[in-house]
Design a protein around this ligand. Structure first.
Ligand SMILES: NC(=O)c1ccc[n+]([C@@H]2O[C@H](COP(=O)([O-])OP(=O)(O)OC[C@H]3O[C@@H](n4cnc5c(N)ncnc54)[C@H](O)[C@@H]3O)[C@@H](O)[C@H]2O)c1
Length: 352
């Protein structure tokens, strides 16, 4: 059996810590040590008996390392990753990979020139609510899908740390947008071209960066994806709302409460009208039970550690990396198009 790969975490904050626990239980990797510029994070690592490097140079010089994870604030991913790759290290960053497509192009070029692995932790690909939607679409449970709505909502505004600062790559587009876009464009529809993007951003609690946004992407065959991130939502909307020609699927993060309703008889259009104080409607009245059926929501179990297993299999030449450079670039360019659309107040063309 191959030995476990040695990983070092650079940036041992909230997410670095999450990775350290993942690595404690890993079947393919082991945590060699961490490096952080904050003494309190070094002290915390020591309290857990984790080796702490005294400088980034000490990390770079350690020949035992198989993989370096960069889990700092977003603006530091690029300089640290490039330095590490230029010293021959395989690198994966936390998301977002970096702040612009020009920066990403430099990172990809550096990886190729040094012949090292370079990718990003797009862990939300393993979210069970997302994988359930993927299954519903792939199995045609609700017929051909024409509208997908993906939302995440909080009610605490943007966090008061670096996430609220432009220079550190703050903002909800780079924080949550990058996950939600990756799910739809790189996993659900990797082969479909996006033709246009429209986005408006919120600044309810922060003027420097977006603290939420609403974005519509039109795919070449008319499929529409709507992505919404909010941090001032005191009443939640569904995490997913997906419409197909034969039915509708809806779920929260908790898929055990997901619901699918399909039409069993399109011809039967009779309905009990809804009466309001000002009038009545049959068009908007719910269908009668004899013309619809409820279909069980998919049960999905995923293991996010498959991300690490893929990294290791890629290093061993037994697999190709799941989160590719092209996919990272597609989402980076989409986020740039969204910002441009918000700035111009109009739909912008996109052709990728
Ligand atoms: N994939 C996910 O689900 C997920 C979730 C949360 C955060 N993240 C990402 O993880 C990254 C870190 O986020 P966080 O919440 O842990 O932030 P954090 O502020 O808790 O931690 C960042 C750490 O990086 C350290 N740091 C900064 N510059 C450094 C340098 N030059 N060298 C070494 N250490 C340095 C800081 O001292 C801090 O301890 C971000 O890119 C964020 O977007 C991803």
């Amino acid at each position: 059996m191959n030995r476990k790969k040695n990983v070092v975490i650079v940036g041992f904050g909230g997410m670095g810590n999450w990775h350290s626990h993942e690595l404690e239980n890993s079947d393919v990797c082991t945590l060699l040590g961490i490096y952080d510029i904050k003494q309190e994070r070094i002290d915390y690592a020591k309290s857990r008996n984790i080796y702490t490097y005294s400088s980034f140079e000490e990390v770079l010089a350690d020949k035992r390392i198989d993989l370096i994870l960069i889990s700092t604030e977003n603006d530091m991913h690029k300089p640290l990753a490039i330095e590490a790759m230029n010293r021959g290290h395989n690198v994966f960053t936390e998301k977002p990979v970096t702040l612009s497509s020009a920066d990403l192009a430099e990172m990809i070029e550096t990886a190729k020139r040094n012949k090292v692995l370079f990718t990003t932790h797009q862990n939300r690909r393993w979210d069970e609510d997302f994988l359930a939607v993927k299954q519903i679409i792939e199995e045609g449970t609700i017929g051909p899908v024409f509208n997908i709505e993906s939302r995440v909502h909080g009610s605490r505004g943007i966090p008061g740390d670096w996430r609220g600062m432009k220079k550190h790559g703050g903002g909800m587009m780079l924080d949550w947008g990058v996950h939600l876009l990756d799910q739809i464009v790189n996993v659900l529809y990797p082969q479909k071209k996006i033709k246009s993007v429209y986005c408006t951003m919120d600044h309810v609690t922060n003027y420097e960066v977006d603290d939420g946004f609403r974005m519509v992407m039109m795919f070449e065959d008319g499929i529409r994806a709507y992505v919404e991130v909010g941090t001032s939502n005191f009443i939640e909307l569904p995490r997913w709302y997906v419409q197909g020609q034969d039915g509708t699927a809806k779920s929260s993060w908790n898929i055990s409460k997901g619901k699918i309703v399909c039409c069993t008889n399109w011809e039967a259009k009779d309905a009990v009208p809804i009466r309001t104080a000002a009038g009545l409607t049959k068009t908007m009245a719910p269908r009668t039970d004899d013309t619809i059926k409820t279909v069980p929501y998919p049960e999905i179990k995923s293991d996010v550690h498959d991300f690490y297993r893929n990294l290791v299999a890629t290093l061993d030449g037994k697999a190709t990396q799941l989160v590719t450079h092209e996919q990272l670039m597609r989402v980076m360019k989409l986020m740039e198009a969204a910002c441009e659309s918000d700035r111009l107040g109009q739909v912008v063309a996109f052709d990728a």
